[in-house]
Design a protein around this ligand. Structure first.
Ligand code: HPA
Length: 250
């Protein structure tokens, strides 16, 4: 069953016909919210609001381990994560991007399930952080839905919750990053550690600090405006992705 993790602007999936909610306890503490289970495009789907239903959990306080564990325990077999991002290069506000790589600048987060405690040391391969098959489904779904989805981007994961300085964004651009967001890690890494195929659809909601119309400051009102229409397109994209997955494995 596909699980959707919704971020800022997507605290509920309005096109999900909700059957029930499930409160899952995990060895890592409480997930961000109860899991919402139901049907989307006629197929079983699970939804989790990353920042809680009331959007009260900031990116650095999200219990990523509990979230991933809970989804797996409830029967998720793949995760499509939705995130809002700033554009460093290439993309523009309003665009949707399917990143293919990650650079992790976060710190101080619980970032692994393999945390010692006497167990064998495990190093998960993370060369290609996103699942190729799930990315292909998203790209095909975008064609089905006639929604523009840019194929590829390098996601810089930052701690937040403050936005970046222009110099920090310059450094990330020199590193090769094209998008910046606050929740992509450790989420993607943890999904890999538990063997869960994972891809992320990113909604570009602003030019990153010092870029384009964010040259002087980042307009939070501008972000709110772009977020709403962007997430409407994401809901449609998700519906088509689930229909495709459902057709492939009825
Ligand atoms: N920086 C970090 N995270 C973000 C941004 C940004 O500019 N926009 C949306 N999430």
């Amino acid at each position: 069953m596909l699980a959707i993790i919704g971020g800022t602007g997507l605290t509920r999936l309005s096109n999900l016909a909700v059957a029930h909610r499930e409160v899952v306890r995990t060895p890592f503490g409480e997930p961000s919210a109860a899991l919402v289970l139901g049907k989307l495009a006629g197929h079983d789907t699970m939804f989790l609001a990353r920042h809680g239903h009331g959007h009260t959990i900031p990116p650095h306080r999200v219990n990523y381990r509990a979230n991933l564990w809970a989804l797996k325990q409830a029967g998720a077999t793949a995760i499509l994560a939705v995130a809002s991002v700033g554009a460093i290069r290439g993309a523009k506000p309003g665009g949707l991007v399917l990143p293919h790589q990650i650079i992790d600048y976060t710190w101080g987060r619980q970032q692994t399930f393999f945390d010692g405690n006497g167990a064998q040391v495990v190093h998960a391969d993370f060369t290609h952080p996103y699942d190729d098959g799930l990315r292909a489904v998203c790209l095909a779904a975008a064609v089905d839905a006639k929604i523009a989805l840019a194929d590829g981007g390098i996601y810089a994961a930052v701690n937040g919750p403050r936005l970046e300085t222009a110099a920090e964004i310059d450094r990330m651009e020199r590193d090769g990053a094209t998008l910046v967001g606050m929740t992509g890690m450790p989420e993607a890494g943890l999904a890999r550690e538990i063997g869960m195929p994972y891809a992320s659809v990113c909604v570009v909601v602003n030019h990153a600090a010092g870029r384009g119309d964010s040259a002087e400051r980042i307009s939070l009102e501008g972000i709110a405006r772009v977020l709403e229409t962007g997430m409407d397109r994401v809901r449609t994209l998700i519906e088509h992705a689930i229909a495709r997955i459902g057709r492939a494995a009825p």
